[in-house]
Ligand binder design. Structure first.
Ligand code: FES
Length: 101
C-alpha cells in the first residue's frame, strides 16, 4: 500500500511484526512501518473481528492499537520505533491481567 521513497540506510533498525523482521528508520512511528507491510492492519475489532489499520496518525482514532513489547493497546502512531521492538497485531478482545491468578 505505502512505500518509503528511500531505504533507511545504514542507521536502519530492525523490529519484528508478528515475528517477522522488518527494517525501520529511526524516528518513524510503528504505525508508519505497519502501513508499509503487505498486510497493513494493526488490530481486529473485538466483536466483528474486522481488520483496522492506522488512520489519523495523530493519536485521535485509536485504529492503530497493537501490542508492543508485551504491552497491549499501544497507540502505534505515537510510538517511535526502537531497535528490537516486538510488535504483535491485536486480535479479538483484550485480556485483563490480574495478580490474583
Ligand atoms: S492512527 Fe489514529 S490514533 Fe493512531
Amino acid at each position: 500500500m505505502f512505500r518509503k521513497l528511500r531505504e533507511p540506510g545504514p542507521e536502519a533498525l530492525t523490529i519484528t511484526i508478528d515475528g517477522v523482521s522488518v527494517l525501520a528508520e529511526p524516528g518513524e512511528s510503528i504505525a508508519a512501518v505497519l502501513l508499509r507491510q503487505t498486510e497493513p492492519w494493526s488490530r481486529l475489532t473485538p466483536v466483528s473481528l474486522r481488520k483496522r489499520a492506522p488512520y489519523c496518525m495523530m493519536g485521535v482514532c485509536f485504529e492503530c492499537l497493537a501490542e508492543v513489547n508485551g504491552v497491549a493497546s499501544v497507540q502505534t502512531c505515537l510510538e517511535p520505533v526502537g531497535d528490537g521492538m516486538r510488535v504483535t497485531r491485536q486480535t479479538g478482545k483484550r485480556r485483563i491481567h490480574s495478580s490474583r491468578g
